[in-house]
Design a binder for this molecule. Structure first.
Ligand code: NDP
Length: 464
C-alpha cells in the first residue's frame, strides 16, 4: 500500500444536510513518519531565518489568509455548519493570530541577569518539530493559535486536523506554501486520531504536542508524551459557570446568556453551560431568559440571519440527546423550555434550558457539548463560588454583578483560567487562554504565546 493511501479515506459531511460532499485521504503512520522527517529536515534552515524575514513571511501568510477569507469561511460553513458570520470571524481570527505572532518574532526577548564574574544571558530556543492535534469545533482558530506562535518561534509544524473537519486546515497549508513558507515548515495531515494523531504522540522526533479536544483523549496524549518527556499544551473540556447575582443588570444578563452558551450550538469548550442564579431573582431571571432563548435563530448556516447552525454529526446529536432522557435527568432536573430548530435533514438541536436545583446531576456536571444549559439557584456569594468550583473542569466563566469588589473577589475565587465580568468574552488573540484542573495545561495566545514553543537556554560568559 502506498504511503498516501494507508490511512484510508474519509467522506466530509455537510452537517446542515447530512450529505457527504467530498472525500479526503487519511494519513496512516507511514505518512506521519514521512511528514515528521520532512519537518525535522526543514527545521534548521527555518530556525536560522533572520527574525525580520521570518516575521515578513508570516505576515505574507496572514495576507494570503485575508485574501482567501470568503473561501475559507465557505469551507468552514460546509464542513462544520457554522453560520457564515461566525465562519468569517474564524478566518479573520486565523489571520489576526498570524499577524500578532509575526510581530512577536522580533520582540521575543531574553534576559541579561546580574551575576558575579561575567555576564549571564538567556535565549529562547525553538524546540524542533511541533505536533498539533485539533478538534472539529473551531478548526481554523485553534489551528492558528498553535501554528502562528510555533512558527514565529522558529519551529516546524505537523498539524492533524479532526477527521470531520479537514478542509480549512488543508487550504491554510496551501495558502502558506503559495505565500512562500518553505517546504516542510507547515504540513497538514488529515488522519484518524487513533492512527495519525497517536503516531504524532509517539514519534520521538516530535518535541512538543499541542492537543485540543476531550479530557479523556488529552489524558492519553499526556501519558504518551511522557515517554519521551515531550512538552505538552492541553486545551480540554469545560463546564463553565455563568454566575448571576441579584444586584446585576438582570435584563442584560438574561438577554446575553444564550450567546454565552449556544454559540457554535454549544460545541464550545468555553460554553457557560451552568447558569447559577441568586435565589431571590431566580424566577424573574427565568422569565427574562425564556424569550431570549426562543429568539435564538437556529437556521441554515448560509442564511444571513442564522445565529446557530446544526450540531457537527449524527453521533454528536445522539450524545447530546442522551443527556435529556428521563433516566439521565433523574428525579430533580427537568426541561424548563426550548427554542426552535429546523426539522428534517441535518443534525439540528433546539436550544434547551434545564432546571437543575441539584447541581450534582449529570447534565450539570458533564460536558454536554451541545445547546443545553442548566439553571441552578444559589444563596449567597460563598454558595455561588462553592457550586462553581465543584467541578473537575476550570476553563472559563462569567460573573454578573454591579459590585466591583464582589466582581474581583469572585473572579479570584472561581477556579478557571478565563473569566469575564458582565460579558461572556473568552478568547482574544492578545490575551492568554487556557484552563486549570482537568480543563488543560499551559496557555495559548497573548504576549507570552511564543514561550510555550521554546525552551530557555542560559549562557554564562566569563569576563575574568
Ligand atoms: P476527541 O478528543 O476525540 O478529538 C480531538 C482530536 O483528537 C481530533 O483530532 C481526534 O481525531 C484526535 N484524537 C482522537 N483520539 C486520539 C488519540 N488516541 N491520539 C491522538 N489524537 C486523537 O474529541 P471528539 O471529537 O471525539 O469529541 C468528543 C467530546 O470531546 C465532545 O463531545 C466534547 O465533549 C469534547 N471535545 C471538547 C473540545 C474542546 O475544545 N474542549 C473539542 C472537541 C471535543 P479524529 O477525531 O480525527 O479521530
Amino acid at each position: 500500500m502506498s504511503e498516501q493511501h494507508e490511512g484510508g479515506t474519509h467522506d466530509v459531511v455537510d452537517p446542515s444536510t447530512g450529505v457527504a460532499f467530498t472525500t479526503v485521504e487519511m494519513a496512516g503512520t507511514a505518512a506521519v513518519d514521512a511528514a515528521v522527517e520532512r519537518a525535522a529536515a526543514a527545521f534548521p534552515a527555518w530556525r536560522d531565518v533572520a527574525p525580520a524575514d521570518r516575521a515578513r513571511l508570516l505576515r505574507r501568510v496572514a495576507a494570503a489568509v485575508d485574501a482567501d477569507l470568503d473561501h475559507l469561511a465557505d469551507l468552514e460553513v460546509r464542513e462544520a455548519g457554522h453560520p457564515t458570520a461566525n465562519a468569517r470571524w474564524e478566518a479573520g481570527n486565523l489571520r489576526d493570530v498570524l499577524e500578532y505572532s509575526a510581530a512577536a518574532v522580533e520582540r521575543h526577548l531574553g534576559d541579561q541577569i546580574p551575576v558575579a564574574g561575567g555576564i549571564d544571558v538567556t535565549f529562547h530556543e525553538p524546540l524542533g518539530v511541533v505536533g498539533v492535534i485539533t478538534p472539529w469545533n473551531f478548526p481554523m482558530p485553534i489551528a492558528g493559535w498553535s501554528v502562528g506562535p510555533a512558527l514565529a518561534a522558529g519551529n516546524t509544524v505537523v498539524l492533524k486536523p479532526a477527521e470531520l473537519t479537514p478542509l480549512t486546515s488543508l487550504r491554510f497549508a496551501e495558502l502558506a506554501r503559495e505565500a512562500g513558507l518553505p517546504e516542510g515548515v507547515l504540513q497538514v495531515l488529515p488522519g484518524r486520531g487513533d492512527v495519525a494523531g497517536q503516531r504524532l504522540v509517539e514519534h520521538p522526533a516530535v518535541r512538543k504536542l499541542v492537543f485540543t479536544g476531550s479530557t479523556a483523549v488529552g489524558r492519553g496524549v499526556m501519558a504518551g508524551a511522557a515517554r519521551h518527556v515531550k512538552r505538552v499544551t492541553l486545551e480540554l473540556g469545560g463546564k463553565s459557570a455563568n454566575i448571576v447575582f441579584a444586584d446585576s443588570d438582570l435584563e442584560r444578563a438574561a438577554a446575553t446568556a444564550p450567546d454565552g452558551v449556544f454559540d457554535n450550538a454549544g460545541q464550545d469548550c468555553c460554553a457557560r453551560s451552568r447558569i447559577l442564579v441568586q435565589r431571590s431573582v431566580h424566577d424573574r431571571f427565568l422569565e427574562l431568559l425564556e424569550p431570549a432563548v426562543k429568539g435564538v435563530r437556529v437556521a441554515d448556516p448560509r442564511s444571513p440571519d442564522a445565529q446557530m447552525g446544526p450540531l457537527i454529526s449524527a453521533a454528536q446529536r445522539e450524545r447530546v440527546a442522551g443527556f435529556l432522557t428521563e433516566e439521565s435527568l433523574g428525579a430533580s432536573a427537568e426541561v424548563a423550555f426550548t427554542g426552535t430548530a429546523p426539522e428534517g435533514a441535518g443534525f439540528w438541536f433546539r436550544p434547551t434550558v434545564v432546571l437543575a436545583p441539584d447541581p450534582r446531576v449529570r447534565v450539570a456536571t458533564e460536558e454536554v457539548f451541545g445547546p443545553v444549559v442548566t439553571v441552578t439557584p444559589f444563596d449567597d456569594e460563598a454558595d455561588a463560588v462553592r457550586i462553581a468550583n465543584d467541578s473537575r473542569y476550570g476553563l472559563s466563566g462569567s460573573i454578573w454583578t454591579r459590585d466591583l469588589g464582589r466582581a474581583l473577589r469572585v473572579s479570584r475565587a472561581v477556579e478557571a483560567g478565563n473569566l469575564s465580568v458582565n460579558s461572556h468574552s473568552s478568547v482574544r488573540y492578545g490575551t492568554p487562554f487556557g484552563g486549570v484542573k482537568e480543563s488543560g495545561l499551559g496557555r495559548e495566545l497573548g504576549p507570552h504565546a511564543l514561550d510555550a514553543f521554546t525552551d530557555v537556554k542560559n549562557v554564562f560568559i566569563s569576563t575574568t
